[in-house]
Design a protein. Structure first.
Length: 482
């Protein structure tokens, strides 16, 4: 499934534009020499000239001298931000004046530099700013595509859907991928946790290094340590040669540990050491081996409950749960089912050399009515079956499994729950469905449900905490009109 859904490779970062505003020609020449290989460097002798350039050109970074003829850098700064609020401005000064630095930051400066500059500081600053600007453009592009319902055109690393929770997931992936932080991905089996991990890897600076996926639960318990950390020759019976473990094979790249909750308690301490010390010890080895890997982990179980039951180490949980990402089950984002079904139909029609127009309306209604305990993986298998069995130009009800063909279609705007579903889950699903129907507009959702918008906000906040929050804040919702 992952190969079929893999997204397009990332494009190379575009060449940035830097504007150096300084009355000293030597300073401008020095910065130009440092950055001209990676950036287009523009120059201005004073604030007025800088404003003229900004009125005509898109600039990523403005390096603004504090002391210049005419207006000071701090005074020019608000006028620069008024022309382009997204431009990054750094104040440069020859004096260590804390008040000036604080005032510059209050007025919108990204940072400040003390003269004389170090070459490495200038390069590092430009790299940070260009990465920040590139990330902002990706988020804007993604939001625009999602607002237009054109997720397929974006092809967000193989992830398909435009439910508000999926939209937020795409934005979080884009935000955290360039960082080295550890991520814990949660969700029911079949929701696509490995796809999310691969998306993070492909959008990170490790994208050209190995991505090594390990399903911890699928490895015999006696072999887990050797598979993860490797072993030396003669470490145990049958160890006829040195074996490199998954962590060493992923050196420089990413290790994805699926079903992390099944890891033996004694090996949890070894994994904790890897995360803390960035080194492993092979079975039978006499010395630690340094490894440079980013760790992404996933589970479909409640690790917080496992911590309470003492089957999972609390210190390891907190090390893994730096940034938690939750993937909603398919039953909570039914409006994505038609998009996913059409996507899989195209994939398997091409694979089986079939020419199909799509799914019949009746077949689509049955797919939307089904509970999907196996989530996206189950839907993919059902569509593959339908493509193979279809006798006409469309996949019809008769091409679906009996349990799905017999599902009662839901009237439009109806949320279905099974008898015995906990009331809290019913409430959450109803609010999620209403938010999806209103495009994420909390005010309108609150009106439809007959509750206060603050109640909606509190419930969403509480559910995030129960999922293991401490995530980065969600992207802004669409503008809410009363």
């Amino acid at each position: 499934m992952n190969d079929l859904l893999s997204g397009p490779p990332l494009t190379t970062r575009r060449r940035g534009t830097v504007l150096v505003v300084d009355d000293e020609e030597g300073v401008r020449a020095s910065i130009r020499a440092i950055l001209e290989e990676t950036c287009e460097v523009l120059e201005a002798e004073h604030g007025a000239a800088a404003l003229d350039i900004l009125a005509q050109r898109e600039v990523d970074l403005v390096m603004l001298d504090q002391r210049m003829p005419g207006e000071s850098g701090v005074d020019v700064l608000p006028r620069v931000k008024a022309l382009d609020p997204s431009v990054v401005v750094v104040i440069a000064t020859a004096v260590r004046d804390v008040r000036t630095a604080v005032e510059a930051l209050k007025r919108g400066a990204y940072d400040y530099l003390i003269k004389p500059f170090e070459v490495d500081d200038i390069i590092a600053l430009a790299d940070r700013v260009l990465e920040k600007r590139e990330l902002e453009r990706e988020v804007v592009s993604l939001r625009s595509a999602l607002a237009g319902g054109n997720v397929e055109a974006v092809g967000f690393e193989g992830l398909v859907g435009r439910h508000p929770e999926m939209t937020r997931l795409y934005q979080l992936i884009t935000q955290i991928a360039p960082t080295p932080t550890t991520v814990l991905i949660t969700g029911d089996s079949g929701t696509g946790k490995e796809l999310v991990a691969r998306a993070i890897h492909r959008r990170s600076d490790r994208r050209n290094a190995p991505f090594v996926a390990v399903n911890v639960a699928a490895i015999p318990e006696t072999l887990v340590e050797s598979e993860l950390f490797g072993h030396e020759r003669g470490a145990f019976t049958g160890a006829h040669a040195r074996l490199l473990g998954r962590f060493e094979l992923a050196h420089g790249g990413t290790v994805f540990l699926d079903e992390i909750g099944s890891l033996r308690i004694d090996l949890q301490s070894k994994l904790l050491r890897v995360l803390q010390e960035r080194e492993i010890e092979r079975v039978g080895g006499q010395r630690p081996v340094p490894v440079d890997v980013r760790v992404l982990a996933a589970t479909n179980t409640n690790l917080r409950a496992a911590v309470r039951e003492r089957t999972f180490r609390d210190d390891l949980f907190y090390r893994l749960n730096v940034v938690p990402l939750h993937i909603p089950p398919l039953r909570e984002r039914r409006e994505d089912i038609p998009m996913l079904a059409q996507h899989f139909l195209r994939v398997y029609a091409a694979k089986n050399n079939r020419r199909l127009d799509g799914l019949s309306d009746d077949a689509l209604k049955r797919l939307e009515a089904y509970a999907w305990p196996g989530n996206v993986r189950e839907l993919e298998n059902v569509i593959e079956r339908g493509v193979v069995l279809a006798r006409g130009t469309q996949v019809d009800i008769t091409d679906l499994p009996p349990e799905i063909a017999g599902a009662t279609p839901l009237p439009e705007g109806v949320v279905s729950v099974r008898i015995g579903t906990p009331l809290a889950e019913v409430e959450q699903r109803l609010l999620d469905a209403t938010l999806a129907a209103t495009g994420g507009n909390k005010t309108l959702a609150a009106k439809l449900l007959g509750i206060d918008v603050r109640t909606v906000a509190r419930k969403l906040e509480r559910w995030e905490e129960e999922r293991g929050a401490d995530e980065p804040p969600p992207a802004p919702a669409p503008e809410e009109n009363s």
